[in-house]
Design a protein around this ligand. Structure first.
Ligand SMILES: CCCCCCCCCCCC(=O)SCCNC(=O)CCNC(=O)[C@H](O)C(C)(C)COP(=O)(O)OP(=O)(O)OC[C@H]1O[C@@H](n2cnc3c(N)ncnc32)[C@H](O)[C@@H]1OP(=O)(O)O
Length: 238
């Protein structure tokens, strides 16, 4: 929920060099997304499958020649923002991530376009329900983060109204319903190209006690939004 929502407290040493590294990291992850999609859909012969598997293992060893043992956590990036590049929904470095590009409107509504392929299939031709919930978790949870309250999901109640179809552009939105101290209740939905809701969520995000002293008072840093102003606002309906 933190992806780009906060400025780094420390200056980035060499942003130009870091931008080059990020470009290479992002390109690697994107090439692996293509590989995953090809892995699911390929119909080549058994010999080719075995040969490719061996080649992939060789490539894996090249990457592991220098690798950290811990997960990525949150890092300062070349644009001076804190980002979680390992995040499985938005992470630029994570081939499992679609990745979602979440942006905020002036009224605090967060949105992202969503078009998932064969690797995310649940019911035939449709997005897996767990993936639908994860996407909503991410986009809805980014709304509290944008007002300085990057909470963990306490609950996420998801209603599935229609199938979310693979290979089709959907719009995901999240917005704040109510702010109560460090607790933020937020809602969101996914709509198909006809504007029909395929899934919607009602969620509570809580900034954990261990994080509150580090955050101090909510900063509203990323959007300059006063939580009091957004507490009763929903999104513009379309
Ligand atoms: C820098 C940050 C990093 C932020 C980094 C963000 C990374 C991205 C995360 C992506 C989204 C996820 O996947 S999050 C991962 C999935 N979620 C989790 O793993 C969360 C696991 N649960 C927890 O850690 C905890 O239970 C918390 C944080 C939710 C709350 O624990 P706590 O901090 O000790 O506070 P606690 O006193 O228990 O609760 C605080 C208030 O919230 C209410 N509350 C708590 N849970 C619920 C609930 N399920 N339903 C209703 N209300 C609830 C309590 O009644 C209380 O209200 P009152 O008495 O004050 O009125």
């Amino acid at each position: 929920m933190t992806d780009g929502a906060f400025a780094s407290p420390a200056a980035v040493e060499d942003p130009d060099a870091l931008a080059v590294t990020e470009q290479a990291q992002g390109d690697l992850a994107e090439s692996l997304r293509e590989l995953v999609d090809a892995c699911v859909r390929t119909r080549v012969d058994d010999g080719t499958l075995m040969a490719v598997a061996q080649e992939v293992r060789t490539l894996t060893q090249r990457l592991l020649a220098r690798a950290q043992s811990d997960p990525l956590g949150i890092e300062a990036t070349s644009d001076g923002r804190l980002r979680d590049h390992g995040n499985p929904m938005v992470g630029m470095r994570n081939p499992i991530a679609p990745p979602l590009a979440v942006t905020g409107d002036a009224d605090g509504t967060m949105s992202a376009s969503l078009c998932l392929g064969a690797a995310y299939e649940g019911p035939p031709g449709c997005v897996h329900g767990g993936m639908v919930a994860a996407v909503l978790d991410q986009v809805v949870g980014s709304a509290p983060a944008m007002i300085g309250r990057p909470g963990l999901t306490a609950y996420l109640n998801t209603s599935y109204r229609r199938p979310t179809v693979l290979g089709t552009e959907h719009v995901v939105r999240g917005w704040i319903e109510e702010v109560d101290g460090w607790k933020v209740r937020a809602r969101g939905d996914i709509r198909d190209p006809q504007g029909r809701v395929t899934a919607e969520a009602d969620a509570l995000f809580v900034v954990p006690r261990w994080a509150r002293e580090h955050l101090g008072t909510p900063t509203g840093d990323a959007a300059g939004i006063d939580p009091a102003d957004t507490a009763t606002q929903g999104p513009a309906t379309s």
